[in-house]
Structures are given as structure tokens and as C-alpha cells.
Design a protein around this ligand. Structure first.
Ligand code: GLU
Length: 489
């Protein structure tokens, strides 16, 4: 690679960070890291109505959470700032004036209604809609007339090219027919530049060497190349990667479920799992390996190989990957990651015995695939009252279940301690008294102690509870039994 690698991620703050955009950010970041280059964050907030400051903060937070740190950006500054487009309006204005002065751009006074009429006429004649060029060659006199009418112009770029060629790093050479591209708007009548114009000025002035972005920007590229030419800037290399799509091969959107990084973060996915998954999906690494840490991803990443086709988002695979990463963590690390979840559920871990809590965490770890799922199991240990789910309650309807629970209560009451040994003894005694074994013996105990029919091993749960809690849960189950039975029958 010759020259300094400088890449950018340029989100518009109109929503939370979408998984597809996070993948674009990740590709740029990996590329920068691989080449010891610079990763720039630029906020494209010129769509004033749709841009929201909160979303900028949310996007930044999620990028940081994923571990994608930028060296230049709105918060950290850098030599080519400002890095928020809304703060660069005077820079764009300068280059717009340059293009007008050199004859590459001109004011267009057409109203929306006139443009709409042109479009309808062209369509009815079976032609692709295209700007008519009405204002291309206006005389000074005509211009003054139109301005007197109170018309505020847009500025259009004069397209004179016959054909344009893009050498895409992922897709190879792409040809565009110049005749199909009409004079396009570079400055809107409200004084805000169009996306195509602002992006070229910014990429050029920020010395961006490679533009890695989604395939939806392919049609913009010939327009951008014409602007590079007219402005006398040398263009970057382009790489347009495929989209992240749902199982129906449509672009990943809300109807596919959770699609924002924020959504996955709050569900308790780990950033390293998400990073690994987003780097992997749609491509493959050498030797078919799937689990690669940050450094390996940086080393093995290849934009050409990863980005070619669209990538089907597979939630189950992501869950599987998250499970692998989660189980690879030490219990004190899991506890650290769980702490915000515990806090938002109203628990104060400072009031708990740390050793005990770590034992609880190690016990539930094999049963969970995300951090938020841990709460379902942690409640067993942290809450005094455990509601019994309706389906688990079915277990208690059995007459023998009541015998088991009755015995359990007496034996727990009489036990000196609630250790693993005590559990074994209690079970043996219930077995002897009731003659039950297997499911009819263990399931009522599980339901009363945990409220559900699934979860970690009972013999490991038991010693982590205390005597009062166990007795309370038994009493509660027994007292609600007649009431719940009458509701059902
Ligand atoms: N703001 C644009 C987007 O969110 C960035 C496009 C580009 O990378 O050039 O799609």
C-alpha cells in the first residue's frame, strides 16, 4: 500500500447505529488498523430536519463500545476539522463559488412544480426522467429577471462527460454512461450542499485515501468523480461492499427484528462477539476459521474477500458466537459485564457477598447466551419471592408433588446448614419417604425453588440459597396452590 491510509466512517445522525452501518465502520477501522492508518469519524448532519444530536451521541457511544476508536472526529478534533458537516458550510460555499467561476456549475431557477412537470412528460414519452437543462445557458438578463420574480436558485453541476469508469477495489471496473446522468444539484436553495458535493469536498480536504462504503453508493460514485475532476482534487480508491440482508435477502430493516447495535448491546451481546460476527458475515477467513479476536481480525481481514456479496444476517449464528465469547470469560469478568444489567434491574452488588455472587455467576453461565438472559436466572438467587410460571405450576398439580414439597419443608427446617451434603441427605430422605425418583422427585423441588422447569443443576442451586428463602418459597407455593388450582378448573 503506498501513501498513508486514511479512511472515514461518515454516518448521518438520523437514527441509532444500524448493524449494516456498523459493518461499514468496522471494515474501515480494520483496514486502517491493518495499514497503521487513520480512522476518521465524520458526522454528515446536513439534513437538518432529520439529524438529531442525541443520535450522534448514541452512534459515538456504540462505536466506542464496539472498540472502533477514531483518531480524528468531532469530539477529538484533528488537523482537517471541523468533522461535523453542519460546521463546514462556509468551506462548501467557497468551492461552490469556485465551480461557478470556472464554468462547471450554474444557478437553476426551476421550481419544484416545473421539474415535476418535466418528469411526468418524460415518463409519458417513455424516457427516463432527467433534468432538461433549461437553466444551463441562461443569459445574465434572464437570470436577473428570474431573481426579480423572487426565485431562489439551486446550483447545478454541468455534466459533460460521455462515460465514467470506476475501478472498485471489490467489484473491479464499473462503467457509467455519462448521457444518463443529468446536471445534478450541488447546492440546495437553502444554502446547504448536496450529499455528493459535501462528501467530495470533505474526503478531499481530509485526505481520505480509501472510501469503503455500502453498495447503495455506487450510483453516486460517477458524480463524485466528476466533482473531483472539476475541483482539481485527486480521487480516493473506492470499495463498495454488499449489504447486510435479512433471511429474505432484503436489506436488513426493522421488520427483521432488532437491527441496531444499541438493541444488541442492551440485550447483552458482547462487543467482541458482535465485532467478530460483523467481520465474518458474508465472507470467510483463511482455513474456515470463525472465532477470531481483534488482533487476528486486523491481520486476516481482506476487504476484497469480505465485501463482495450481500451478507445474510443470521441471528442464531450471532447468538452462538456470543455464547462462545461469554463462556470464554472468567466469572469476575462476566460479573463486571453483568453489573450494569444488575444495576438497571435495581440490584446493588455492593450489598452482596462477592464470593457467593461469583459462584452464582459461574453456575448460570452455561445456561445463558446473552448477559440479559442472566437476569432470569439471577433472580432465583437475588430475589426473595419467585413467581412460578403457569407452565411450571402444572408440575405442582400432581398429588405426589405436594408430598415431595411437604417433606422438603420439614427437612430443610430441621437441617443445620444448606450445604451440598445437606442437599444429598435431604433428597435421600425424600426418596425413602415417598418412594419417588427422577422427574417426579426433582421437578417439584426445582419449580418451588426456581419458579421454572429449566435452569442450572438443582444440587448446585440449593447450596447457594439460604434456609429462610427456601422455606419462604415453599410456603408461598403451598399457599397459592388452592387459589391457582381453582382458577384453572
Ligand atoms: N452519510 C452517508 C451515509 O450514511 C455516507 C456515505 C459515504 O460513505 O460516502 O450513507
Amino acid at each position: 500500500m503506498t501513501g498513508d491510509v486514511r479512511v472515514r466512517f461518515a454516518p448521518s445522525p438520523t437514527g441509532h447505529l444500524h448493524m449494516g452501518n456498523a459493518r461499514t465502520a468496522l471494515f474501515n477501522w480494520l483496514f486502517a488498523e491493518q495499514h497503521s492508518g487513520t480512522f476518521i469519524l465524520r458526522i454528515e448532519d446536513t439534513d437538518v430536519e432529520r439529524s438529531v444530536m442525541n443520535y450522534e451521541e448514541s452512534i459515538c457511544q456504540d462505536l466506542r463500545w464496539l472498540g472502533l476508536h477514531w483518531q480524528e472526529g468531532p469530539d477529538v478534533g484533528g488537523p482537517y476539522g471541523p468533522y461535523r458537516q453542519s460546521e463546514r458550510i462556509s468551506i462548501y460555499r467557497y468551492y461552490i463559488d469556485e465551480l461557478i467561476r470556472k464554468g462547471y456549475a450554474y444557478p437553476c431557477y426551476c421550481s419544484e412544480e416545473e421539474l415535476e412537470k418535466d418528469r411526468t412528460r418524460q415518463l409519458s414519452e417513455g424516457r427516463a426522467p432527467k433534468y432538461s437543462g433549461r437553466c444551463r445557458n441562461l443569459s445574465d438578463h434572464e437570470r436577473i429577471q428570474l431573481e426579480r420574480e423572487g426565485r431562489v436558485p439551486t446550483i447545478r453541476f454541468k455534466v459533460d462527460r460521455k462515460s465514467i469508469k470506476v475501478d472498485d477495489m471489490i467489484r473491479g471496473i464499473i462503467h457509467f454512461e455519462g448521457a444518463l446522468i443529468s446536471d445534478f444539484i450541488i447546492l440546495k436553495s437553502n444554502g446547504i450542499p448536496s450529499y455528493n458535493f459535501a462528501v467530495v469536498v470533505d474526503d478531499a480536504l481530509m485526505k481520505v485515501s480509501h472510501v469503503i462504503r455500502g453498495e447503495d453508493h455506487i450510483p453516486n460514485t460517477p458524480r463524485q468523480l466528476m466533482l473531483y475532476d472539476a475541483l482539481g482534487f485527486s480521487p480516493p480508491r473506492f470499495a463498495h461492499h454488499g449489504f447486510l440482508v435479512g433471511p429474505d435477502k432484503e436489506k436488513l430493516s426493522k421488520r427483521h427484528g432488532v437491527t441496531s447495535v444499541e438493541g444488541f448491546r442492551t440485550k447483552g451481546f458482547l462487543p467482541e462477539a458482535l465485532m467478530n460476527y460483523l467481520a465474518l458475515v458474508g465472507g470467510s477467513f483463511k482455513g474456515g476459521r470463525e472465532i477470531l479476536g481483534r488482533e487476528e481480525l486486523i491481520r486476516e481481514f481482506s476487504i476484497e474477500r469480505m465485501g463482495r456479496s450481500s451478507a445474510v444476517f443470521d441471528k442464531l449464528k450471532l447468538e452462538w458466537m456470543n455464547t462462545i465469547y461469554l463462556r470464554g470469560l472468567k466469572s469476575n469478568e462476566v460479573l463486571a459485564r453483568l453489573t450494569p444489567f444488575l444495576e438497571s434491574a435495581g440490584y446493588d452488588i455492593n450489598l452482596m457477598d462477592r464470593e457467593w455472587l461469583l459462584n452464582v455467576v459461574s453456575l448460570i453461565l452455561p445456561n445463558i447466551c446473552t448477559l440479559s438472559e442472566a437476569l432470569n436466572y439471577l433472580d432465583i438467587f437475588l430475589k426473595k419471592d419467585i413467581p412460578i410460571t403457569d407452565s411450571a405450576f402444572e408440575v405442582l398439580k400432581d398429588k405426589t408433588a405436594m408430598d415431595v414439597i411437604g417433606e422438603l419443608k420439614e427437612l430443610v427446617k430441621g437441617a443445620d446448614n444448606i450445604s451440598h451434603g445437606a442437599y444429598k441427605e435431604i433428597i435421600e430422605k425424600i426418596k425413602g419417604k415417598t418412594g419417588l425418583t427422577g422427574r417426579p422427585l426433582f421437578m417439584p423441588i426445582r419449580v418451588v425453588l426456581t419458579g421454572t422447569t429449566k435452569g442450572p443443576e438443582l444440587e448446585k442451586i440449593f447450596p447457594l440459597l439460604n434456609k429462610e428463602v427456601i422455606i419462604k418459597r415453599i410456603d408461598q407455593a403451598l399457599s397459592t396452590l388452592p387459589q391457582r388450582q381453582s382458577q384453572r378448573w
